[in-house]
Unconditional design. Structure first.
Length: 493
């Protein structure tokens, strides 16, 4: 694709920038020679020249595009710019979704052409590879740039135990692959509880937990020790009437789900890689929080928190719940870790609440969401500066990134104590990722992987829910274009 944009003669002259990039000596690793054979466009500076500075948020500058993208090969920069321009146009996203769901996908020849086109563009941009092994090569390239990976086994929700067992194998295999990589190149394992516990059961458990919240005399015999799942203002409207207790078959399914999660946690303990539980929509989130907190109580040790939950700060009750959970964890002496996100199910939440005749659980304005994210970040940063636990700030928002970097610096939190991680989706917000990494913070990319046929529906669902986010990649596009222009000029003159 690149050769169509710039004549080959000029492309050959484009040299990869070799400015020295600082790096911590204990993590990012030279890419194993067996894992890659870079072309001239993929050439990178030798890892031995890399050093990482102490955290310095004033170094979080986006003006020096040469430094910002010094680890991105020109071919990749070209592809990224093109893909981000395409996904920034809503009608292109609509067209992509329409094609993927159209009858063309059932016609063999057409399907091959469509998949080949997607593979060389969107898939390669947003996905780490077809399997865990190829994804680990993508992690190697990121490590060279001082960034770590979170391997995300891209699966859809499971509806029965067979599906859950299949997904569990995938998650366990991912941990094996992470373990085989140089230490610290993977920051977290990711799990979707909806992939290891049948959706129907998560809905039933959430109903029962909501009813227990309204009527504390309502006993749940299967419930293990947990932290608070709701606050006073949490939405309980999904459950309109007293739910029936779990049947013996459902209790059996719950036992199997507990065992699956226990196996995952144990494997993470052995691999010494924490497990990050993703958050979903509020209909099933109470059950997901219950699994997360009961597992954290079992596995998190002061010196080594293993299970991290996710808090969606677009929810009006997020701040209250964060406070309740961290207070309860402190009282029990359990270190708790959270990934903070804004949240990815906004339109669905609003639709469901309105269909049931209730106010939306999402903040009324985007400004309130930004404030909630930033307040929760500050709260968690202050907490980890003075005690155990950890926080993953998962955002593409430049202002939130800057605010958190300044706060972390003020509190003296940096790379040293490994309690703070910034994270962005693979293929998104490269400027923020590289900027934070250049300033000395730990940064990870959330990297979905899997066969194109499995991962594309998963990505399309995310793209559909996150149109605003795709359209908002303008800042990245602008900086990438500047850097491409700069490299082109250098190559010509
Ligand atoms: C590493 C990583 C892991 C993630 N894991 C999860 C997960 O487990 N669960 C999950 O739900 N999401 C997850 N997300 C997605 C995340 O929740 C957001 O959808 C996405 O990152 C956009 O938020 P942002 O912080 O990047 O902020 P921005 O780029 O500033 O995006 C803000 C977006 O928030 C939306 N928004 C929120 N509240 C409002 C409001 N009140 N009014 C109008 N618009 C509003 C808008 O669509 C807007 O586009 C993850 C994201 C990352 C980077």
């Amino acid at each position: 694709m690149a050769t169509r944009v710039i004549p080959p003669r000029i492309l050959r002259k484009l040299r990869y920038n070799t400015a020295t990039k600082p790096l911590n000596s204990t993590h990012p690793f030279p890419l194993s020679p067996t894992l890659s054979s870079p072309t001239i466009l993929d050439q990178k500076p030798p890892s031995s020249t890399i050093l990482r500075p102490a955290v310095d948020p004033s170094a979080l500058n986006f003006h020096d595009v040469e430094k910002l993208f010094s680890y991105v090969p020109t071919s990749k920069l070209l592809r990224s710019t093109t893909v981000l321009y395409a996904t920034g146009v809503e009608s292109m996203v609509d067209l992509g979704m329409w094609i993927m769901r159209s009858k063309f996908m059932e016609v063999e020849g057409a399907r091959d052409i469509i998949l080949a086109t997607i593979r060389g563009s969107f898939y390669d941009h947003f996905c780490a590879g077809e399997d865990a092994i190829s994804a680990s090569k993508s992690i190697g390239s990121l490590n060279d740039a001082g960034i770590r990976g979170m391997l995300v086994y891209g699966v859809e929700d499971a509806h029965d135990n067979d599906g859950c067992d299949r997904n569990l194998k995938g998650f366990l295999h991912t941990i094996d692959v992470s373990k085989s990589l140089p230490p610290s190149s993977v920051s977290f394992e990711i799990v979707k509880i909806t992939a290891i516990c049948p959706m129907k059961l998560l809905e039933r458990m959430s109903d029962l937990l909501r009813w227990e919240q309204q009527d504390p005399s309502f006993i749940l015999p299967w419930k293990q020790e947990s932290f608070p799942i709701f606050s006073e203002s949490s939405p309980l409207y999904h459950t309109r009437k007293r739910p029936e207790p779990l049947t013996s078959e459902e209790e059996n399914d719950l036992e199997l789900a507990n065992k699956r999660l226990f196996e995952l946690c144990q494997k993470c303990v052995q691999a010494n890689i924490p497990l990050l539980v993703d958050a979903e929509h509020t209909e099933v989130q109470p059950a997901i929080d219950y699994f997360t907190y009961s597992s954290a109580i079992m596995h998190n040790k002061v010196e080594n928190p293993i299970v991290f939950g996710t808090m969606q700060t677009y929810l009006k009750d997020a701040k209250e719940r964060l406070l309740l959970v961290t207070n309860a964890a402190d009282k029990m002496g359990i270190p708790m870790g959270f990934k903070l996100v804004r949240g990815a199910y906004m339109s669905m939440e609003r639709r469901v609440a309105s269909s049931l005749g209730y106010a939306s659980p999402i903040h009324d304005t985007i400004h309130d969401t930004h404030k909630c994210f930033n307040d929760c970040s500050t709260f968690m940063l202050e907490k980890i500066a003075n005690g155990p636990g950890g926080v993953v700030l998962a955002t593409h928002n430049i202002e939130s990134g800057k605010l958190a970097a300044a706060k972390a610096h003020e509190l003296g939190i940096g790379k040293v104590n490994h309690k703070l991680e910034f994270a962005q989706l693979y293929g998104m917000s490269e400027a923020l990722s590289f900027g934070l990494s250049n300033a000395g913070f730990q940064v990870s990319k959330y990297m979905p992987f899997g066969p194109i046929e499995t991962v594309m529906p998963y990505l399309l669902r995310r793209a559909e829910e996150n149109r605003g986010m795709l359209a908002a990649s303008g800042f990245d596009r602008q900086l990438m274009r500047q850097e491409l222009g700069r490299r082109l000029k250098t190559a010509i003159f």
